[in-house]
Design a protein around this ligand. Structure first.
Ligand code: ADP
Length: 374
């Protein structure tokens, strides 16, 4: 009887091993310390190791992981660590370093295994996504090329319609001036959409250049407010700024930060009814600068909250109101803020208003000045 059980167990184990080896993606199991206990042939093929080289080795030591910008992902941020800490199944796109030193983009899912609430190991399944990356890159290159090609004729339209409007080619009738103003404003919107598309393709292809310098927050806020004053006045919306410390400096890229905050202020104006108010404020907290844009607008419904930063997402409430938009602004904002090493989040009550926050590192000089003042 005992020997029959042993045979049955051995057969079951052999079957489990065959099943594991037959998984169509790379598969690795580890023990509770993260040391590799099993690896299937596809994983060995993707990574270029032999089975003898990997069994018993601590997974993070064998496999370095990098993000899309080539940054070595610290242990604490790796899916294997986060899966153990959060006790949840986690998926992430990373680049693993093969034995020959080249990087391979993979989509990895890590499932922690618990027996009676005790961690006993994990299984990670990963797929080579080189082809998807190549297609994404071709798409980004296409958008980038098309946007560049659209910009040149657009700037001619913009320049000449401005010249016409300013009377350089003779006086205009009221109707002609009205039509030209519509052309100028439509050209401005088209220009914004093109620059959004270009920026998104730069972020997605990892080619965005970030040049961080100390920037005076109050000055930057005033510039952004000036640029949006006309749109606000048209809607009878009051634009307010609050910057108690005129010397406050944020360590950031001025062009990128202006794009981020410009998007938030423009949304605040767009989604606020006439006679409302938009308040642009800055404060410091724990060596971070927190810039906020608060409005008394339509707010974000609860069911939209998880989606507003997704590509092409537009809330049902704003679509019903027939406001114009592409659903790309906040997706771009999120990508740009992350390029700057910051964070973005919001609070909102439907029908009452929203506040978007961006937190960025404080320029060290400001920190020293503040310490001396104390
Ligand atoms: P767009 O404004 O072009 O629709 P965004 O990506 O900028 O796209 O914003 C996504 C969605 O988030 C908007 O369609 C809207 O539903 C919501 N949203 C963003 N900002 C605000 C705001 N200040 N007030 C209310 N809803 C907002």
């Amino acid at each position: 009887m005992a020997s029959q059980t042993r045979v049955a167990l051995a057969e079951q184990r052999a079957l489990a091993e065959i099943l594991f080896d037959s998984i169509g993606d790379g598969a690795i199991t580890t023990d509770e310390y993260g040391c590799i206990t099993r690896i299937n042939p596809i994983a060995l093929n993707i990574l270029g190791f032999s089975e003898e080289e990997v069994i018993g080795v601590w997974l993070p030591k064998l496999l370095s992981a990098y993000d899309d910008n080539g940054r070595n992902i610290p242990l604490i941020e790796r899916p294997i660590t986060r899966a153990f800490v959060t006790r949840q199944i986690l998926s992430q796109r990373v680049r693993y370093k093969r034995k020959n030193g080249t990087l391979v983009p993979v989509s990895v899912t890590v499932s922690p295994i618990f027996v009676k609430d005790q961690p006993v190991g994990c299984i990670q399944i990963f797929r080579d996504i080189t082809k998807e990356y190549e297609i994404d890159k071709m798409k980004s290159d296409f958008i980038s090329l098309a946007s560049h090609q659209l910009r040149t004729p657009l700037s001619a339209i913009k320049t000449y319609s401005h010249m016409l409007l300013d009377g350089f080619m003779g006086p205009l009738t009221k109707a002609q001036a009205k039509s030209l103003r519509t052309i100028v404003s439509a050209t401005g919107r088209m220009n914004e959409t093109i620059s959004t598309l270009l920026n998104i393709s730069r972020i997605e292809s990892g080619s965005i250049a970030v040049d961080k310098k100390p920037i005076n927050a109050a000055q930057l806020m005033d510039e952004i407010i000036n640029e949006h004053q006309l749109a606000a006045t048209d809607k009878k919306i009051k634009l307010i700024t609050q910057h108690p410390d005129l010397q406050l400096k944020v360590l950031s890229d001025g062009v990128i930060l202006k794009e981020i905050l410009g998007n938030l202020v423009s949304n605040a104006i767009k989604y606020t009814n006439p006679n409302g108010q938009v308040c642009f404020a800055v404060k410091t907290k724990n060596n971070r600068v927190i810039l906020s844009v608060n409005d008394t607008g339509m707010g974000i419904p609860k069911e939209s909250r998880d989606n507003v930063f997704s590509k092409f997402y537009r809330g049902e409430n704003v679509i019903r109101k027939e406001t114009s938009g592409t659903g790309l602004g906040l997706y771009l904002v999120k990508g740009l803020v992350s390029e700057l090493g910051g964070e973005v989040w919001f609070d909102s009550t439907e029908g009452r208003g929203s506040t978007f926050y961006v937190s960025l590192p404080l320029f060290p000089q400001t920190i020293r000045t503040q310490t001396v003042k104390k």
